[in-house]
Design a protein around this ligand. Sequence first.
Ligand SMILES: Nc1ncnc2c1ncn2[C@@H]1O[C@H](COP(=O)(O)OP(=O)(O)OP(=O)(O)O)[C@@H](O)[C@H]1O
Length: 256
Amino acid sequence: MADAAITIRDLTMAYGSFVLQRDLNFTVQKGDIFVIMGGSGCGKSTLLRHLIGLKAPARGQVLYGTQDFWKMDASGRDRINRKCGILYQSGALWSSMTLAENVAVPLRAYTRLDKKTIGELASFKLSLVGLAGFEAFYPSQISGGMKKRAGLARAIALDPELLFFDEPSAGLDPVSARNLDDLILELKESMGATVVLVTHELASIYAIANNSVFLDAGSKTMLATGDPKRLLRESDNETVVNFLSRGTGNRELQSI
Ligand SMILES: Nc1ncnc2c1ncn2[C@@H]1O[C@H](COP(=O)(O)OP(=O)(O)OP(=O)(O)O)[C@@H](O)[C@H]1O
C-alpha cells in the first residue's frame, strides 16, 4: 500500500519455544497514531520491540514501506533505525548527564554537527517539550512528568519519521498524563511523524489514537485492528468491546 509506514505480515512472536502471538497482520499508515492494545502480558511490549527492529520475528515479516527489515543489510537497517525515535517507559535518561547532554546523545552519535550547534539543538528540543531553562538540570532534580518530556526531547532529537512510546503515561497523575497526550499530538502534527504506542490507558487511546491492533493473550492472536472509537461502536468481538468499554459493554464513548 502506498501510504503504509509499517506492515506486519503473518508475524509470529516467540521467546524460544514459547509462542506469545501468531498470525499478526496489520498496517500502520503514515501519519497514524497507532496504539497496541491488550491485557497484561499479551505481548504488547514485545510487539513494539519487533516494530523497532530489536527483536526478530519467529516467523513472518516486518516491512518498512515495502522493504523487509530483516532482509536488509546492516546499513539499510541503520537507515531505518535513524528514522525512529523511541521513548521508553521510565524515560530512560542517563542519570549522570544533564538534560541537555541526554538530548545530545543521539545528535553526537548520528550527526557530525559541532558541539555548539548540538548544544543549541538540544536546547531547542527541550523547549519544544516545555523544558526551556532546564538544560543543566540532572534527571534526579526533576519530576516524573518532566523526565518523560525530557525523554521525548531526546526521542525527537533527530527529527524522526516514526515515534515509538512504551506506556508513555505510566506513573503519571491524570493531569500530567493528559498534558503528555497533548504534547504527543502537538509534536506529531508539527513534525508530520507517525506514532506507535503501547498503552492501556483508555483515556489516551480515545484522545489520540486513530488506528490500533488488539492482542489477546488467551487465543494468542490479534482480535481486531482499526480506529478504537470505531471498534467500540462496531466490533462484534466481546473481548474487544469489554476492554474498550472498561468492562461495561456500553458502546457509548461518553459513558467511559
Ligand atoms: N526477554 C524475555 N524472555 C522470555 N520471556 C519474556 C521476555 N520478555 C517478556 N517475556 C514474556 O512474554 C510475555 C509478554 O510480555 P510483554 O512484556 O511483551 O507483554 P505486555 O503485553 O507488554 O505486558 P504488560 O501489559 O504487563 O506490560 C510475558 O509472559 C513475559 O513474561
